[in-house]
Design a protein around this ligand. Structure first.
Ligand code: ATP
Ligand code: AMO
Length: 466
């Protein structure tokens, strides 16, 4: 085979060398009949290719052919790398390809529903262009999602999903190195795992069934089965009613469950180490991706501490109170107070990543262990990035009589989860764990304003296609 070079690899070191690249025609500009510029893009990186009529190499018809190509068509180009004297606007690579051969591999239709260059602009750039009287179509979120295949070609989106892949990868590597076992639990369930609301119901060969709202019950059953420490990466289904910026109907759950020796802080210790490792690694290995995202959606790098701040729910309520926000001390925080507390924590502790623990028992799921010293509170926690929740976790009730009692008290039909409750009759170790929403981590790490931006093909209450 011939030697191919990726657009992202093109640099000054290749000056005067012949390269062969494949990419899409992002923009095409003719300069008279004897010259043309084709910006070629490959996975978010772009290079300017120049056709100049030269005897025996580039003919007038060849220049014409190049200028007739439709945007987004796929081309193979062979050419010589040159280094221009001035910086190249509109391309990521600061070298040019002096074209010798050009083949069209596959054409795109002439009129596309989204212009990638327009879709890749930041809000600031759009404003500037509009003020300068440029003809420009602002691509709204719905259009982006309707034509997602085009939208995800933008450099920012290429970055977002590479970062998502890295988050998942770091999560897996971290837990494998900590001697956790990766498991897969069923997504078809007889009953709901997180309480009855927001569950997708379906017919399972004539029997009523649900799509799993979390791996909660089975990851705990894996602990009852002596795996000791488990993790799972898998789909989670929630029939959410409300259309919000942070709820999807299908998302990817990163779940963990582990035996606890003495205290639920052992679970929070894992959260702490996992995320500090993750943030460090993302900042280190995903620089190009973060830059690409920042170009379209400018954001400040996440502020986090070496040892993650832990506040109790009561301390959080107190901080809010002092700031004039009245909160039911035994109720839940709403979205607004979570945000406010995020701001207060940032001002006081200079971090945008922290753990809030000892939530009121009444606002946590039935399987949550109450605090030994005060059963109005629980051995549970949420974790926040930039004032928004990314994790819920807790120590679990591991005594079967008490688990039954708690389920009943929470209005759960124990018959539907009898096999789960039975697992605790055969002796269960103290344990706890947590669940992370992958799309939320990516959204909030990059300060994106909508979870649909970090879901490749999002499912929400109004969307099940593409
Ligand atoms: P968890 O299930 O662990 O709570 P979550 O992030 O899905 O995770 P929700 O339970 O949906 O959170 O909501 C958390 C808080 O946000 C709740 O106190 C709820 O009142 C509030 N909330 C949820 N949806 C909305 C909404 N559409 N508008 C305003 N507040 C909301
Ligand atoms: P919870 O319901 O809080 O806890 O879910 C855990 C995490 O999943 C993410 N998440 C969502 N992401 C996108 N769209 C949604 N609709 C959505 N709902 C939740 C959030 C949330 O923090 N079984 C427990 C976890 C545990 O205790 O181990 C659970 O499911 O990031």
């Amino acid at each position: 085979g011939r030697k191919w070079t990726e657009v992202k690899e093109l640099n000054e070191e290749l000056k005067d060398q012949v390269v062969l690249i494949r990419g899409r025609c992002q923009a095409i500009r003719a300069v008279g009949k004897k010259m043309a510029f084709v910006v070629v893009r490959e996975r978010g990186f772009t290079v300017q290719c120049v056709l100049t009529v030269t005897p025996d190499v580039v003919s007038v018809p060849m220049v014409k052919f190049a200028t007739s190509l439709s945007r987004e068509s796929i081309v193979d180009i062979e050419g010589v790398i040159s280094v221009p004297a001035t910086t190249i606007k509109g391309a990521t690579q600061q070298v040019e390809v002096q074209v010798r051969k050009l083949y069209c591999i596959n054409k795109a239709i002439p009129t596309l529903p989204i212009n990638i260059e327009d879709a890749a602009r930041s809000e600031k750039e759009i404003e500037k262009a509009l003020q300068a009287g440029e003809q420009l179509v602002r691509v709204n979120q719905d259009t982006r999602l309707n034509f997602r295949v085009l939208d995800i070609r933008t450099p920012a989106n290429q970055g977002i999903f590479r970062i998502q892949c890295q988050v998942e990868n770091i999560f897996r590597q971290f837990f494998l190195s900590e001697d956790f076992v990766g498991i897969h639990t069923p997504k078809l369930m007889a009953g709901s795992s997180e309480g009855g609301s927001a569950v997708f119901r379906l017919d399972y060969k004539g029997q009523p069934a649900c799509l799993a709202q979390s791996p909660q019950l089975h990851k705990q059953m894996a602990i009852c089965g002596d795996f000791g420490r488990v993790f799972e990466i898998g789909p989670v289904f929630r029939a959410e009613d409300s259309f919000t910026h942070r709820h999807l109907c299908e998302f990817t759950g990163l779940d963990v469950e582990m035996e606890i020796k003495e205290h639920y802080s052992e679970v929070m210790d894992i959260v702490d180490r996992l995320f500090v490792t993750m943030f460090d690694s993302l900042n280190d290995t995903c620089r190009k991706e973060l830059e690409a995202i920042d170009t379209q959606y400018p954001f400040k790098p996440l502020k986090y501490l070496r040892n993650t701040l832990r506040l109790t729910f009561e301390e959080g309520v107190q901080m809010l109170k002092e700031a004039g926000v009245e909160i039911d001390p035994l109720g839940d925080l709403n979205t607004e107070s979570e945000r406010k507390l995020g701001q207060l924590v940032l001002e006081k502790y200079d971090t945008e990543f922290y753990i809030l623990h000892r939530y009121p028992l009444a606002v946590r799921p039935f399987y949550t262990m109450p605090c030994y010293d005060n059963p109005l509170y629980s051995n549970s926690f949420d974790v926040f990035i930039r004032g928004e929740e990314i994790i819920s976790g807790a120590q679990r009730v591991h005594v079967h009589e008490y688990l039954t009692e708690r389920a009943q008290a929470c209005g759960i039909d124990v018959k539907t989860i009898s096999t789960y409750i039975d697992s605790f009759r055969y002796g269960a170790p103290p344990h706890g764990g947590f669940g992370v929403g992958l799309e939320r981590v990516v959204m909030l790490f990059c300060a994106l304003n909508n979870i649909r931006k970090s879901s490749l093909f999002p499912r929400d209450p109004q969307r099940i296609a593409p």
